[in-house]
Write a protein that binds this ligand. Structure first.
Ligand code: URA
Length: 240
């Protein structure tokens, strides 16, 4: 592989940044033609990689969000899942429990996953930032950038077939640019070969109730994800 001079400098700066934020190794994505299950390499399996990422995060003090947190919320689910959901950041319930999407929005997300014919334990759920922004404010750019290498490492370890970005912040972070969710949702956007489906955040859907237009649109997005994964779309209902 030939790396252009500018790209090489950017890569060097990025690696230096990773080292400064506590990384001593990076996790490269498995090439698309390699199967996950039959992988006969000496690469540690996804569960081991995730445990190692969690260990590296440690009792994180890399940004100011550490000051207000009760628990760091790493993420949970199947390390070999083909489907990842990525939200914005923990809320009060998640901060208390140390698990992602366990409050009201989480209960709706769980229903959405079930409506897809899946169990929560079959997918992987994580957030852009791993500590609760005070008062549930949007995470700041510096907080997102500080936490992002860990999310990228999680994505590389799991190597999902598709990622659902929940809400503007998650979708924008995954796509590496500001997004208008209404314009971006409904279509797959490819980043490093992984299709990303931006859709509405469950909290937004709850705020919009009882207007069902938004849930219906989110369900259309999830049906596209199901089709991509080869799941039967007809057999399942919506996420009421
Ligand atoms: N909202 C999020 O974005 N993530 C959570 O984990 C919970 C609520």
């Amino acid at each position: 592989m030939v790396i252009a001079h500018d790209s090489a400098k950017e890569l060097r700066d990025y690696l230096a940044y990773l080292v400064n934020t506590g990384f001593s190794e990076i996790f490269l994505p498995v090439a698309a033609h390699e199967t996950k299950q039959d992988d006969v390499t000496d690469e540690p399996d996804a569960g081991v990689q995730l445990a190692s990422i969690r260990e590296k995060i440690g009792d994180c003090r890399r940004c100011q969000l550490c000051k207000g947190r009760t628990n760091l919320v790493f993420g949970e689910g199947s390390p070999t899942s083909r489907l990842m959901f990525i939200g914005e950041g923990p809320g009060a319930d998640e901060d208390r429990e140390g698990r992602p999407f366990v409050g009201r929005a989480g209960q709706l997300l769980t229903r959405m996953i079930k409506a897809m014919g899946l169990e929560r334990s079959q997918v992987y759920i994580a957030n852009v930032v791993k500590c609760r922004p005070p008062g549930n404010r949007d995470p700041e750019a510096v907080e997102i950038q500080t936490c992002l290498p860990f999310l990228q490492a999680q994505i590389n370890a799991i190597s999902p077939d598709v990622i659902v970005g929940l809400g503007r912040i998650a979708a924008g972070t995954l796509l590496g640019r500001r997004v208008s969710l209404t314009k971006m949702r409904g279509n797959f956007h490819y980043v490093n070969g992984i299709p990303i489906m931006p859709t509405y955040h469950p909290s937004f859907l709850l705020r919009k109730e009882p207007d069902r237009k938004w849930k219906a649109e989110a369900w259309e997005d999830l049906k596209k994800v199901m089709t991509l994964l080869g799941l039967s779309v007809d057999a399942h209902g919506d996420s009421k």
